[in-house]
Write a protein that binds this ligand. Structure first.
Ligand SMILES: C[S@@+](CC[C@H](N)C(=O)[O-])C[C@H]1O[C@@H](n2cnc3c(N)ncnc32)[C@H](O)[C@@H]1O
Length: 261
């Protein structure tokens, strides 16, 4: 188990789809369409959200879905669209040298790189450059959260949540909120043509389930830092849970598309 449940990924998928930058998504599809029957390798695929979003734009595309969580991979396999060409690979991305990328035209990922370290991103950029493979990386959290209804503890909670995001999630000290910018920097340094675009979640009162899980996740992460009293955290969480059905929030992300020149 990776700690990511299919239930959580399902809850966030509609918000992710709405948030992805359309221009970069379409540019990724156009790049794939330029080579018939291309291969896309989705890193940290979960249940296959990127396949479901990008796949319909690129008929005939082959997919290799990679994850280290067998339960999520099995779910991705079970949900694969009828008639699609999909292989699943159980692998730890941390072993970058062993990762089979060839003969991909594009590597893809969503909500992955904020879990990864600068070392991992630099190593992947080297591999992609050597093998002339592009990267479409959607939805890296950028550290910004703005609630429609402010609370005096918001700034402290978000700062501690962001600090927690930088802990090791299995791929070295995580980049957390810096992931999108570091990805863009490392890939540009390798000569890729890099485009970035904001892809914020805009959660509203129609998504109380996702908002509830999200603020509970923030509170749990802050608790683990040990930097705020339980009373302060519980007070903030109660106030937040009290408004999930009547207000919303904006959560910043960055999409990155890096194509070989
Ligand atoms: C936040 S989820 C995103 C899943 C999917 N891309 C999506 O957008 O719904 C992160 C995914 O990365 C996978 N993952 C995390 N660390 C990994 C590692 N070291 N090797 C392979 N997969 C990993 C998790 O199992 C999970 O499926």
């Amino acid at each position: 188990m990776s700690g990511f449940e299919a239930r959580w990924l399902d809850l966030r998928e509609p918000a992710d789809i709405a948030a992805r930058d359309t221009g970069l998504l379409e540019a990724a599809a156009a790049y794939l369409l330029a080579k018939p029957h291309a291969l896309a390798v989705d890193l940290g695929c979960g249940t296959g959200s990127t396949l479901r979003t990008l796949g319909p734009l690129v008929p005939g595309l082959h997919w290799r879905l990679v994850d280290n969580d067998p339960a999520l991979l099995a779910e991705a396999e079970r949900r694969r669209p009828a008639g699609s060409s999909v292989e699943t690979v159980l692998a730890d991305l941390g072993d970058l040298d062993a990762l089979e990328l060839r003969p991909a035209r594009l590597a893809t990922a969503s909500a992955l790189f904020d879990l990864a370290s600068r070392n991992f991103v630099a190593g992947l950029a080297r591999r992609l450059s050597r093998e002339r493979i592009g990267l479409y990386a959607a939805l890296s959290y950028d550290g910004t959260i703005a609630f429609d209804v402010p609370h005096p503890q918001d700034a402290a909670m978000v700062a501690l949540f962001n600090a927690h995001q930088r802990g090791d999630k299995g791929l070295g000290p995580a980049l957390g909120p810096d992931a999108g910018a570091v990805l863009a920097e490392e890939l540009a340094a390798k000569g890729f043509d890099v485009r970035t675009a904001p892809s914020p979640w805009r959660l509203d009162a129609s998504m109380p389930g996702l908002q509830t899980k999200f603020v509970e996740g923030i509170a749990a992460a802050v608790r683990e830092t040990g930097e705020l009293t339980e009373a302060a955290i519980a007070g903030w969480l109660d106030a937040r849970l009290g408004v999930v059905a009547s207000s919303g929030c904006r959560v910043g992300h960055l999409d990155v598309l890096a194509l070989p020149r």
